[in-house]
Design a protein around this ligand. Structure first.
Ligand SMILES: *Cc1c(COP(=O)(O)O)cnc(C)c1O
Length: 369
């Protein structure tokens, strides 16, 4: 599709470098760094982010699905790529692109072992995930003897790492729960030594884990949101720099009289004379209807303009009463000057959802400041 120059998601690789350096500064010197670039690198541009992380010296990349890893390989990314949630249907392609699967169940383990054997693989790198309390994906302790038997009977696979994922590392009110997960992971890792060959890496921490539980960093950490400039902690957000900035321009302005309605389904009733601005971005671009009726606020010339009524598929209407703005002026949805966490928070959601939801219709523009 031809790039649309009016609505742009700017992606600042300089901000990424800054965030990477900050997160590294919170780690011990030997701890490896896996940059999570799933979901188009949290809605930005996976290839541009992966290239930059490679240049910055990251050790690993992580994606959710096999197709995301293939896309990186096809664009020349050479770093090891951990596929966090592979499915049996994509195993042959995963192998063909030298991607490293997370094996989280006996079902996917057996399917992968069979495929690796059929491809004549020797010591193909795989990662084993353990469930320590999130109850989403992963083996449990009683799977270890079975895993050991499978791995010792066959040299096709080599376990590169053991890992788990924290459920509430961002919530200091859940410190005891998280410490329980850390304890369970430590026990599983110790128990694994009785059953599994070799000495795989261990890793547990996501961004908030790095910031709140640094003692549990083991051999590697997996950071996503922090790289993109958000940390689930307002004090740290001041240090980080937003990578993505969503901007558009005013299409048209209207003077709306008291008693007039604005937008679909009479979403807003003017009770005084107001000025509205129509913006060429809507729920098909990733600004969902939950931001309607004042829950989302954009910024024009540094001044807040609340969203009026219902967000449409391709348009959003905002209240610019009293603002010194004109048709054609730039409008900031989120980025430096309006944090994605604040924008998302207005509608009761989180930066992760807002960032990853920016649709592929929005042109990406890479900058490096
Ligand atoms: C998405 C994801 C991460 C990254 O989490 P952030 O909070 O964005 O740092 C780490 N590990 C796993 C397993 C994930 O799915």
């Amino acid at each position: 599709m031809r790039p649309n120059r009016d609505t742009v998601l700017q992606i600042d690789l300089g901000a990424l470098a800054h965030n990477y350096a900050y997160l590294k500064s919170r780690l011990l010197p030997g701890t490896r760094f896996l940059g999570v670039v799933k979901a188009f690198a949290y809605g930005s541009d996976a290839v541009a982010i992966a290239r930059k992380l490679e240049a910055l010296g990251a050790d690993y990349l992580g994606v959710a699905f096999t197709d995301e890893g293939i896309h990186l390989r096809e664009n020349g990314i050479g770093l090891p790529i951990l596929v966090l949630h592979p499915q049996p249907s994509g195993i042959n392609e995963l192998l063909a692109h030298c991607l490293e699967p997370n094996l989280y169940s006996r079902h996917i383990f057996s399917a992968f072992l069979e495929a690796a054997r059929a491809h004549g693989q020797k010591s193909y790198p795989v990662h084993l995930k353990f469930n320590t309390g999130l109850n989403r994906l992963g083996f449990v302790g009683k799977d270890l003897p079975w895993l050991g038997e499978q791995l010792k009977a066959d040299a096709s696979l080599e376990v590169r790492s053991l890992f788990s994922h924290l459920a509430a590392s961002d919530d200091l009110g859940e410190r005891a729960f998280t410490e329980g997960q850390i304890h369970r992971f430590r026990e599983l890792a110790a128990e694994s030594e009785k059953h599994l060959p070799g000495r795989p890496m261990r890793h547990l921490l996501n961004t908030s884990g790095i910031l709140n539980y640094a003692a549990a960093q083991w051999d590697m950490v997996r950071s996503g949101i922090g790289l993109y400039g958000y940390s689930n902690d307002p004090a740290i957000d001041k240090i980080l720099r937003p990578v993505a900035c969503l901007k558009t321009h005013i299409s048209q302005m209207h003077e709306v009289q008291p008693g007039d309605w604005v937008g679909y389904n009479k979403g807003f009733l003017a009770t005084r004379p107001i000025t509205t601005a129509t913006l060429p971005i809507g729920h098909a671009d990733g600004i969902g209807r939950q931001y309607g009726r004042g829950k989302g606020r954009v910024f024009i010339g540094g001044k807040a303009a609340p969203i009026l009524g219902n967000v449409c598929m391709d348009m959003t209407l905002v209240d610019v009463t009293g603002l010194a703005c004109r048709e054609g002026d730039e409008v900031l949805f989120f980025g430096p000057g309006n944090s994605a966490e604040d924008f998302a928070g207005g509608a009761g959601t989180i930066s992760y959802e807002l960032l990853a939801g920016v649709s592929q219709r929005v042109s990406r523009e890479i900058i490096d400041t």
